[in-house]
Design a protein around this ligand. Sequence first.
Ligand code: CMC
Length: 391
Amino acid sequence: MIPQTTNQGFVMTEAGTPGVAYGLRGVTVDDTRICKIIGEEGRLYYYGYNILELAERCTYEEVVWLLLHGKLPNKTELAQITKDLKDARGLPFGVRDVIKSAPKTSIPMDVLRTAASALALTDPAPNDNSPEGIVRKAIRLIAQFPEIVAMDYRLRRGEEPVAPNPELDHAANFLYMLHGKAPGKDAARTMDVALVLHAEHSFNASTFTARVIAATLSDMYSAITGAIGALKGPLHGGANEGVIMTLLEIREPANIKPWLEKKFQDKGFRLMGFGHAVYKTLDPRAIVLKKYSKKTGEERGTTKWYEMSDQIEGIMKGREKPLYPNVDFYSASTYYMMGLPPEIYTPIFAVSRVVGWCAHVIEQQAHNKLIRPAANYIGEVDKPFVPMDQR
Ligand code: CMC
């Protein structure tokens, strides 16, 4: 019998039972209360709240509280998390030295991964997995990621790092540390919305990586460092950088069709920012970011990148096998028009997603089971050992 692949990714065994689930598609590995995705309908919820409403009505700080505590903060709690995040700012000297010593040729995601790991060495209690200890580490990581990314960005450009501004909230302060001046209201809100949208997405590759590490009862820093490594890949968070490189390569609207036709002659070609392992329709985050791409283009007096993105979306939807934009597609043109360089788009994703990773580490360790899947061994067994002089 020829093995059959189902649309869930399973290969059926000869007995007709599910066998290998390539890419773990369709395999449920744990319970979670943090996030729900309804892929067929393009719906996403953080702790039961629809992402469209959170993006419109919440700040990133509110979402941080929601993801770490499972409920929306009241006024006192919001003031508390805002203060805690501000108090946890200020990169330790050891971590600053790590960033300063990175070769100028290194990729920003590699610097972020190394600096996140170094944060453990400057924490007096990195292995404290008590409920208070783990939340304290989460807040420290969330507070310090923007500073790591901004410091690395400025050093690469030969500019002095900018200290955090205690007057500014998380998103505005991030832009302030990148550009060295306080952002306007629109730019600050756009970054805030982008951070809300990227904060959490269930058992995706980087989050699952964090949970696998957390499930060994290792520490928060190890889990987050591993997650950064997974996010970096172009099939995951690295796609947003790929999207802008695509737009820049296409250059003009007139080139879109011939460019796509040529690329799709190669069967293995992947258009960055399209397709999703869970959504089979439009990613709701792309709906929001599309509006911000248009709005940012209008504010900056250049809607070309938005219009090109819109045209590409139309072409991809009209294909025999339609493909829809994911979160990375319209974030790319939005960031580009905000004056941000492509190499920090994936680090921006991490600046936001770190809270989702932390929430999953907390949930995993609260009801832990070591994650240890089985493998379908396809090699031989009991081979006769060959002594060295006979090989
Ligand atoms: N460009 C061209 N073809 C695609 C694409 C794409 N972006 N995405 C899927 N396909 C095709 C694929 O070639 C395959 O065709 P066929 O059935 O003829 O072989 C079919 O669609 C199904 O693809 P798949 O790889 O089985 O689907 P998947 O669910 O494993 O892939 C994905 C998900 C995200 C890896 C894929 O869509 C992709 O490579 N996209 C481009 C990279 C990207 O934008 N990643 C960001 C994901 S969202 C943000 C995040 O959470 O990281």
